[in-house]
Design a protein around this ligand. Sequence first.
Ligand code: SF4
Ligand code: SF4
Length: 156
Amino acid sequence: MVKQKGQSAHQKMDLQYPTSVCWICNRCASCCKDQPDHERRIMMLKTEADKVSRFANLRLNQFSTKLKNAEPYVRVMKKKNGTCLFLKNSQCLIYPIRPLTCQCYPFSFVYKNNLAVFKLTDEPCPGLGQGKPLRKIFFTKLFDTVYTKLELVHGH
Ligand code: SF4
Ligand code: SF4
């Protein structure tokens, strides 16, 4: 795990991320489904859920349910037969506006007291172990995306 100052919109933040993780997404869509030993929870910020609602022309409760005690996330995606409602023919129908939970996978993210931490989930992702180790720039860019969305939530 490396701890360094971020280098863009969030220069005052410290960024922690795992080193020596090789990963390339092969678009297998496993992270859009429950696995035999793991229930996938696709959590959403309020702003994300509202955006999906407008984009897909669906009411919130047609594609998600309320989530309690999971701040900043407030909704969780509904699934059909264990698969996200927006996965069709192995493609995400809302890819440009997919939630952070999907954008960050296979990493989870926490952000507290000027410290941003990316951790590798313990869920299976076939892309892990592929390609070269991810560099700082990967996490910096991902953090920019996360920060921008959370900034909207917290109104920094
Ligand atoms: S499970 Fe991993 S490799 Fe497959 S789509 Fe998700 S992130 Fe990509
Ligand atoms: S929103 Fe898209 S990327 Fe996220 S779980 Fe659903 S289909 Fe997969």
